[in-house]
Design a protein around this ligand. Structure first.
Ligand code: FMN
Length: 410
């Protein structure tokens, strides 16, 4: 066997290392599209930083020798309380969502597939039958029903509606230029940035595929191809925003079509969580869209405790935003989440090492959760309680719990 001393070990030990590798490997605009964020970047930063305000006080002895992190979410048994959050930009790897779905399946967890995914729902459910399809409120009602029917026919195990989007544009650090189509003129324009990343380019060239910036799951019935990303975005922007009656309508349609769980993603207020319960949802995700929506929204983890206290006994409460390690997962579970969803963490893994990289990230989560459970002396997820942690004063935020202040009180 010949050893190549320059070849890097593809395994990485933390999500931060995967992110550094992703940055090195991807053309700058592709990397920037994954970083995303909005406005001044306050929310994206707080999503991660807030976890530092929850501190461990580990035991020196008396650890439990047998620990289990298996749980059940959205009607499915999963081997760890971490599932894949849907993300729309996976031109990071030629296999995109299919690679992510396979990795999630091999680690015993659920795949969340974006409305704006680059692979079809049929290909993804073939790779991991435990897929939850995500939908935005876009298009007219007949179109939405047709998309739900297609996802159901493909065998998805649930529907996730993401409604927390207010088209907030503009980033202080500048947005990447994304071409409408990856054709010759776009390639020329992006040229230097792409040529400087031969590993990424080669991964596509090898499969005779160029990154496809279309949304196949939004294709009209009978159409060969879905709309371009920008066409899809235009449809979304020009769709009148949903009301709570629309949420209840969507849930009801899904119940009739499929009968599998319906989740509302993007809840950041206690009163909205209660409205979601009234609309009959099965689960919610406390989330600020990974800091990509309205900047200045507090970290998702700060919003979790009051929401979990208000509705945690009526619906499954998940959290997403800022999860980068297993200890973050343990903190979120202790503060009331049944499970968490990860976004950028697996995108870095996918960019760094394809399907194996996503599996690597899930393994990092698993071993981090296990270490934290061991240190805290717990044997199962339901033993995790906020009382086991030191949580800084003023940690949580209670929007929508009747605590607004008037001008004279500030
Ligand atoms: C590049 C990118 C694309 C995303 N696309 C979608 C999407 O299509 N649908 C959706 O519901 N959420 C989308 N999200 C939000 C994620 O599902 C999730 O809420 C967020 O990434 C969680 O934060 P984290 O990245 O810190 O884990 C996207 C996030 C990123 C970073």
């Amino acid at each position: 066997m010949k050893l190549n001393p320059w070849k890097q070990n593809p395994w990485f030990e933390s999500v931060a290392v995967a992110q550094r590798r992703a940055k090195k490997r991807l053309p700058a605009p592709v990397y920037a599209a994954l970083v995303a964020g909005s406005e001044r970047g306050q929310t994206i930063e707080d999503n991660e930083a807030a976890f530092k305000e929850i501190e461990f006080s580990p035991l020196v002895a008396g650890h439990k020798p047998d620990r289990s992190m298996a749980t059940r979410v959205l009607g499915q048994d999963i081997s760890l309380p971490v599932i894949i959050s849907p993300t729309g930009v996976q031109a990071v790897n030629p296999e995109g969502e299919v690679a992510v779905a396979r990795a999630a399946g091999s680690r015993g967890t659920l795949m969340g597939l974006s409305n704006f995914a680059s692979k079809s729902v049929e290909e993804v459910t073939a790779a991991n039958p435990n897929t939850i399809f995500q939908m935005y409120w876009t298009g007219d009602r007949d179109t939405m029903v047709q998309r739900m029917q297609r996802a159901h026919a493909a065998g998805v195990k649930g529907l996730m509606a993401t409604l927390d989007w207010s088209f907030s544009m503009g980033r202080d650090w500048g947005s990447p230029e994304i071409p409408e189509k990856v054709n010759f003129s776009a390639a020329l324009k992006l040229g230097p940035q792409v040529i400087l990343r031969p590993g990424w380019l080669w991964s596509f060239a090898r499969t005779f595929n160029i990154p496809d910036l279309t949304a196949p799951n939004l294709a009209a019935p009978g159409a060969k191809k879905g709309p371009t990303f920008f066409g899809a975005y235009y449809e979304w922007m020009t769709t009148p925003p949903p009301s709570w009656e629309d949420v209840a309508w969507m849930r009801e349609q899904w119940a009739q079509i499929s009968g599998t769980p319906f989740m509302l993603k993007g809840v950041s207020r206690v009163d909205d969580a209660k409205r979601a319960v009234d609309a009959g949802v099965y689960a919610i995700s406390v989330s600020n869209h990974g800091g990509n929506n309205l900047d200045g929204t507090p970290a998702a983890i700060r919003l979790l405790p009051p929401i979990a206290a208000a509705v945690g006994d009526q619906v499954e409460v998940l959290l997403d935003g800022g999860i980068r390690r297993g200890s973050d997962v343990v903190k979120a579970v202790a503060l009331g989440a049944r499970a968490v969803m990860i976004g950028r963490a697996y995108l870095w893994g996918l960019a760094a090492n394809g399907e194996a990289g996503v599996g690597n990230v899930l393994d990092i989560m698993r071993s981090g959760i296990d270490s934290a459970m061991m240190g805290m002396g717990v044997a199962s997820l339901d033993e995790l309680r906020p009382e086991l942690f030191e949580i800084r004063e003023g940690f949580s935020r209670r929007a929508g719990a009747g605590v607004g202040r008037s001008l004279s009180e500030i």
